[in-house]
Design a protein around this ligand. Sequence first.
Ligand code: BTN
Length: 264
Amino acid sequence: MKTLTSESIKKLLKTEAIGGIIYSFEEVGSTNEVASELARNGAPEGTVIIADSQSKGKGRLQRRWISPPGVNLYMSVIFRPAIAAKDAPLLTLVASIALAETIKGKEPDTLIKWPNDILVKGKKVAGVLTGMQPIGNKVDFVIVGIGVNINMTREMMEREMGEVSEIATSLREALGYDIKREKFASDLIEELEIWYHKFLKEGKPRIIKEWMERWGAINRRVLVRFDGKVIEGIASRIDENGHLLVKKDDGTTEKIIAGDVIPL
Ligand code: BTN
């Protein structure tokens, strides 16, 4: 089994700002934790951390991110944008757009599922988990963690994920062939650089618009589980903070900050 290394990715990279420094590890607890530690010790913007496997991969809503060796991508990137701390979640949207673009190059049936899942042929192939360290009301650093199921087989997903595997897929399963992980990683870093610079130059409205254009649930009826509640309604848009707005049948709108959305 071939390990994913920083050299193999760097050889393919054409970017300068992101991926100038890449740390690769055979196994870590979580690349997001390694990235936070490096950032606290002054690592510059654009530093990338990848691991071939994670023993404590973290997902959204305190879930685990299944991270077996040799098959997937587990990557975290350190950003230090000069923006207000309250705008840091925008980087999650930036990363989802970059991921969607990278995957769309291989499979057109690629959509974003709020808040930051990537679906291929209707099943989850990738997710983004962002962490932020503020300094006053500004950002000190943001860690954008990205997990992509690349070459996992169906049997492997069933074994590793149990019943969650029913709503999960991998690029290999969707496309029918193995993907070179170093090429996928370098393509993704290049997309991240493009979309991060669009965000810095053109700001929030452009990113929100681009995100909504790739969103699978726009104007669709959805069921949402959040804060111990369950509601139904029409997913109308995301607001300037990336929160989901759902129009309920009684005409009122519910703002969802964190939760699970099921299309009906
Ligand atoms: C989700 O729940 O959809 C977000 C998953 C994010 C997983 C990635 S893998 C690399 C980075 N390190 C982690 O521990 N989590 C993120």
